[in-house]
Design a protein around this ligand. Structure first.
Ligand SMILES: Cc1cc2nc3c(=O)[nH]c(=O)nc-3n(C[C@H](O)[C@H](O)[C@H](O)COP(=O)(O)OP(=O)(O)OC[C@H]3O[C@@H](n4cnc5c(N)ncnc54)[C@H](O)[C@@H]3O)c2cc1C
Ligand SMILES: NC(=O)c1ccc[n+]([C@@H]2O[C@H](COP(=O)([O-])OP(=O)(O)OC[C@H]3O[C@@H](n4cnc5c(N)ncnc54)[C@H](OP(=O)(O)O)[C@@H]3O)[C@@H](O)[C@H]2O)c1
Length: 454
C-alpha cells in the first residue's frame, strides 16, 4: 500500500485532467470521476453530461498559445483561436499522450462527498458504490449552472426566453426580434450571430464594457508583451501600457454608440469580440440600456424606449455550485468561496480546487500549475504557511480583488494570468523553504487504505 494519500478528482474537464496528470506524474494514487463518456467538459459540444455551454460556432477567445498546457503545445496547424471541436480533441490527445486515461472512471458521477470524522472522504458514486479517499480535488467546472436575472425583472413576457447556456445556434432567431441581455462574452457571440439572421437584434446591459478585439497590431492581443517576467510587473504598470494601446487601436466606446464603461480597462472580466463593434457600427445590433420592465410582447428600457421583442436571451452568467457537498459544508453563495490562492480550503486540509478562478487569460495553464502545486503538497515538498498567515493572505488577496473589480457576482475569483503564475512560483519556493525548516513530513497520511481502483 502506498504511503502517499489516495486522491479523488471530481471532473475530467480541462482542469480535472490537468490535476490528474500532475498526480499521475508524481506517482500519487488517484481516481478521477467523470460524468460524461469523454474528457473536455465544456468544450465537448452537446456533451452527454448536459453541462456544456458550448454552441455550434464556439471558438476560444483566449489565444491558442495562452491556452495550451506548458508541456503539450496545441498543433501548429491550429488557428490562433481554434474551434471547440479542435479544443476538445486537444484535451483528448493530452490524456493519451501522458497515459492516464485508465485512471478516469467515465460515465461515473460523484453524487455525494462527505468528510468522515477521521478526515477521510466518503465518495458516493451514481453507480451506487461508495469509495474512501484521503484527499479530494474538486474540478467540476463553474460555467454550467445558469444564473437567470436575480431578482427577475418586473412584469411578464409572452415571448420565448432562454439562457445562454442553452443556446445552440441562430436558427430559431431567423426573422425574429431578439433581445440579448448582458455584455460578457456569451452576449457578444450570441448577439453577433443573431444579427445575421434576426429581423432585429438588440443588446441591453446595465453597464458598459471595453470591448477588446482578438488581434491588435496583427498579433493575438493576449500575446502582446508577454514573457516569463511579465508576471513580475505590477498590474498598474501593465494596465497603463494596455490602456494606451487600446486607445490607439480601438478608441472610446461612445464613438460606437455604446455607453462609457464605469470602470477602467482590466477592472472587469474581459469582454472580447472581433465582430461586435462592427455589427453595432453597421446598425445590425441596436444598443439598449438596462431593462426596466417586461410588458407582454414588449420590453421597456431604462431610457424610456420600448421595443417589440419575440425572444430574450439572458446572457447573465453562471452560478458556482457543488451539488455533491452538503450546502452547510462547502458552498459559494453569490459565487464567493474564499480559498488560499484559489486552491486550498482554509478550514479543510484535504480539500483542493482546480480551475476555480477567472483569469484575465486562459484557465488551463493555471489549472496545470495548481495541479502541480497540489501534487507537491501531497508529496510533502511544499508546506502551507501557518493558519494565521494563510488567512491573512486570503483576506489581502480578496480585498485587492474586490477593490479593483466592478462589484458583480462575476468578479469573485478574478486573477491576472501572468501575475498569478508568478506569485504561485514564489509561493512554492517559500513552501519548499518551510519544509526544510520544519523537517519533512507527509501532510496527509494514507488513512483511507488502497481504495483506488486497480
Ligand atoms: C461558452 C464558453 C466559452 C469559454 N471560452 C473560454 C476560453 O476561450 N478560454 C478559457 O480559458 N476559458 C473559457 N471558458 C471558461 C471555461 O470554464 C473553461 O474553458 C473550461 O471549460 C474550464 O474547465 P473545467 O475543467 O474547470 O470545467 P468544465 O469544462 O466545466 O469541466 C468540468 C467537468 O467535470 C465533470 N463533472 C461535474 N460534476 C461532476 C460530478 N459530480 N461527478 C463527475 N464529474 C463531474 C463534468 O462532466 C465536466 O466534464 C469558456 C466558458 C464558456 C461557458
Ligand atoms: N468565445 C468565448 O471564448 C466565450 C464565449 C462565451 C463565454 N465565454 C466565457 O464564459 C464565461 C461566462 O461568460 P458569460 O458572458 O456567459 O457570463 P459573465 O461573464 O458572467 O457575464 C454576465 C453578464 O450578464 C450581466 N448580468 C448579470 N446579471 C444581470 C442582470 N440581472 N441584469 C442585467 N445584466 C446582468 C453581467 O453584468 P454585470 O457585470 O453588471 O454583473 C455581465 O455583463 C466567461 O469566462 C467568458 O469569458 C467565452
Amino acid at each position: 500500500m502506498s504511503e502517499l494519500p489516495s486522491v479523488c478528482v471530481i471532473g475530467a474537464g480541462s482542469s480535472g485532467i490537468a490535476a490528474a496528470k500532475a498526480l499521475h506524474e508524481r506517482g500519487i494514487p488517484f481516481d478521477c470521476f467523470e460524468k460524461s463518456d469523454r474528457v473536455g467538459g465544456n468544450w465537448v459540444f452537446g456533451n452527454r453530461n448536459g453541462m456544456s455551454s458550448a454552441y455550434r460556432s464556439l471558438h476560444i477567445n483566449t489565444s491558442r498559445e495562452r491556452m495550451e498546457y506548458s508541456d503539450y503545445p496545441m498543433p501548429k496547424s491550429y488557428p490562433d483561436f481554434p474551434h471547440h471541436a479542435q479544443i476538445a480533441a486537444y484535451f483528448d490527445d493530452y490524456v493519451d499522450h501522458f497515459g492516464f486515461r485508465d485512471r478516469i472512471c467515465f460515465e461515473t458521477g460523484v453524487e455525494h462527498a462527505e468528510r468522515e470524522p477521521d478526515g477521510t472522504w466518503s465518495i458516493r458514486l451514481d453507480t451506487g458504490e461508495t469509495r474512501r479517499y484521503d484527499a479530494l480535488v474538486v474540478a467540476n467546472g463553474h460555467h454550467w449552472d445558469p444564473r437567470w436575472p436575480e431578482p427577475a425583472y418586473p412584469g411578464t413576457f409572452d415571448g420565448a426566453q432562454m439562457h445562454a447556456h442553452f443556446y445552440v445556434d441562430n436558427e430559431p432567431f431567423k426573422g425574429r426580434r431578439v433581445l440579448v441581455v448582458g455584455i460578457g462574452n456569451s452576449a457578444m457571440d450570441i448577439a453577433v450571430e443573431s444579427s445575421f439572421v434576426a429581423e432585429r437584434t438588440f443588446l441591453s446591459s446595465r453597464r458598459g464594457a471595453h470591448i477588446i478585439p482578438k488581434y491588435l497590431f496583427g498579433r493575438p492581443l493576449d500575446q502582446i508583451g508577454v514573457n516569463s517576467l511579465t508576471g513580475a510587473l505590477p498590474w498598474a504598470f501593465r494596465k497603463a501600457i494596455f490602456t494606451t494601446f487600446y486607445r490607439i487601436g480601438v478608441g472610446d466606446m461612445e464613438h460606437y454608440g455604446l455607453p462609457r464603461p464605469d470602470h477602467d480597462l482590466g477592472d472587469a472580466h474581459p469582454t472580447i469580440s472581433a465582430d461586435f463593434l462592427n455589427r453595432v457600427a453597421h446598425g445590425e445590433i441596436g444598443y439598449k440600456p438596462n431593462v426596466a420592465e417586461l410588458t407582454g410582447d414588449r420590453v421597456r428600457f431604462e431610457d424610456g424606449s420600448v421595443e417589440q421583442v419575440d425572444t430574450i436571451v439572458w446572457c447573465t452568467g453562471y452560478k458556482v455550485t457543488f451539488p455533491f457537498f452538503d450546502e452547510g459544508f462547502v458552498s459559494a453563495p453569490d459565487n464567493d468561496l474564499p480559498l488560499f490562492r484559489r486552491v486550498f480550503h482554509p478550514q479543510v486540509d484535504n480539500l483542493f480546487f482546480a480551475g476555480l478562478l477567472q483569469p484575465l487569460g486562459a484557465i488551463m495553464p493555471l489549472a496545470e500549475a495548481q495541479g502541480q502545486w497540489i501534487a507537491a503538497y501531497l508529496r510533502g515538498e511544499y508546506a502551507l504557511p501557518d493558519p494565521a498567515a494563510l488567512r491573512q493572505d486570503i483576506e489581502r488577496e480578496r480585498a485587492k480583488m474586490f477593490k479593483r473589480y466592478v462589484a458583480s457576482k462575476r468578479h469573485t475569483m478574478q486573477v491576472d494570468f501572468d501575475n498569478y503564475l508568478y506569485a504561485l512560483r514564489r509561493e512554492r519556493r517559500a513552501g519548499a523553504r518551510r519544509v526544510r525548516e520544519q523537517g519533512f513530513r507527509l501532510p496527509l497520511p494514507a488513512r483511507a487504505g488502497a481504495r483506488v481502483a486497480a
